[in-house]
Design a protein around this ligand. Sequence first.
Ligand code: WT7
Length: 662
Amino acid sequence: MSIESVLHENRVFEPSADFVKNANVSGMSAYNALCKEATDDFQGFWAKLARELLVWNKPFTKTLNEDNAPFYKWFEDGELNVSANCLDKHLNTIPNKVAIIFEADDGSVTNVTFKELYHRVCQFANGLKKLNLTVGDRVIIYLPMGIDAVVAMQACARLGLTHSVVFGGFSAKSLNERIIDAGAVAVITSDGQFRGGKALPLKPAVDEGIAMGGCESIKNVVVLKKTGQEITWNQNGNANNIWWHDLIAGQADTCEPVMLSAEHPLFLLYTSGSTGKPKGVQHSSAGYLLHAMNSMRWTFDVKDNDVFWCTADVGWITGHTYVAYGPLAMGVTQVVFEGIPTYPDAGRFWQMIQKHKVSIFYTAPTAIRSLIKASETTASTHPKSYDLSSLRLLGSVGEPINPEAWMWYYENVGGGHCPIVDTFWQTETGGHVITPLPGATSLVPGSCTLPFPGIDIDVVDETGKDVPWGTGGLLVIKKPWPSMIRTIYNDPERYKSSYYPVDLGGKIYLAGDGAVRDAKTGNFTIMGRIDDVLNVSGHRLGTMEIESALVSNPLVAEAAVVGKPHDIKGESVVAYVVLKGQRPEGEELKKIVAQLRDWVGKEIGPIAKPDEIRFGDNLPKTRSGKIMRRLLRSLAKGEEITSDISTLDNPAILDQLKEVVK
Ligand code: WT7
């Protein structure tokens, strides 16, 4: 998206009087009052919310501990259980309300009430207890999207086991690295998963991942029977394999929640950074849940009769905060979907909104863009062919939404009357940090608008000094907030250097994105990552990770990876490769391209496969040996190199690298 197009965007959409009247945060005056409250008494603001929204077993007396900053602690002497806050709390009030409307890949629907979900979580937790797990043990969850994934996460939370969900699209190798880094003691997986009408294997990746070595910590592999595929059994070294249904057989359906410190690590979630190694982002219990709930209330404006649908997989942070925790804690009915947006055709989302009378719909720009394209083909894929009148609010997340896609979403899905909340946040922030509040904020297509109340977010220069509105700079958060990342698991130094760099004074959180505030309104526009992180279809990928994967291939001497703008995916992956020895031509070279793409798929996961590979005898480097990525990005876009290349050691190489091997 060109930044200019957003900065010159002059369409403004005010919330309707009706929406404002009924909104949880009603009107700009209410928004401003909340912001003022947070400015006047920062700790008091969060303490009040934490007392109002969370059920405490032991109340906290201290709101924020900054002694060991930037390792902040929130509500630290309080005790609670996250699962009890999501389930037990509702048993006397809304036991028979539907918690989850589950739609399977094949379209079949299963409803689960809060009470039923509570019993399923308890029973599975009792099963897990048999495995001799102790509070704080790390458990990997590698499951398809569905009720069971939520049950597994909630059961871990109930027992104080720190879960680490690994997206089902990640490879055996990625799983292996995460198991080792987390020192996990168990894996919860399934035989396979249904996607797009096909049964795909899952358990084999666990077997393979463990067999790669270093996973001695894994004592148990729990396997859910999902597809009924043939699987190998007990192929995991010392790890015991047990069926989920055997584990819970005869188990009681109630289970006391373990009361834990507010700071107890609820989960680790691995995400990409600017080095080759993914970071285990560690989240807390109370502070995390607080923001999950409060953002459900303020950003999504949830009411008792809403049907909420967040399309994210629980393998990502969005599926943690806005599927597994936020909606349950708020007692909201939600749709959970196993399948993909294009099966049986690209009308699936619209058909499901109609069928389940979804009122709040939250998805990613990449999905919207691909569905725009599809909607032009047949009537059954066009949102206008469906009754979407149940919708009252739309959301977007994962990457900037271009104004054209925003307008299409607004008009064709929202019928021109649903506000769109373009929510900016990150794995590390736990929940929304910049977003419109739908009954208050004036919407501008392409802008995520204003800070969530209490989040002190701003734009600064490389030295940490404020830049004036209208000038681009680094996006930072100047005060801690309850749902913030607590550390990078196993690597506190990396936490400090990545997020609290000394260049900025060491006291403000560096988000890693460039941003600019509108000179008049103060609205934020995100300009994309400033580090070597790509955003491909809303998935975060480190260029270094893909480079390390490529150079680990015996054919490859050197590799550099950059992003290139892509209509649907936002960004696509372009790899520049120097082969060892003589470079073949024609068909032989094409074979190598296919081999390398597969290789990256196996090393990381299919989402990381380069879209394009280009070859050269060398990479463009400065005389000091630094790869000039700026040039590689221009080349990828097909731009003529007009900038100064006098510092380039080997200018002739640029011509070679223009050619794409298809
Ligand atoms: C990065 C974080 C937050 C859940 C999904 C992604 C980009 C995210 C937006 C948005 C512009 C956005 C940023 C951010 N991003 N939402 N609304 N507008 N950019 O989580 O994988 O941790 O990625 O996604 O670049 O830093 P993540």
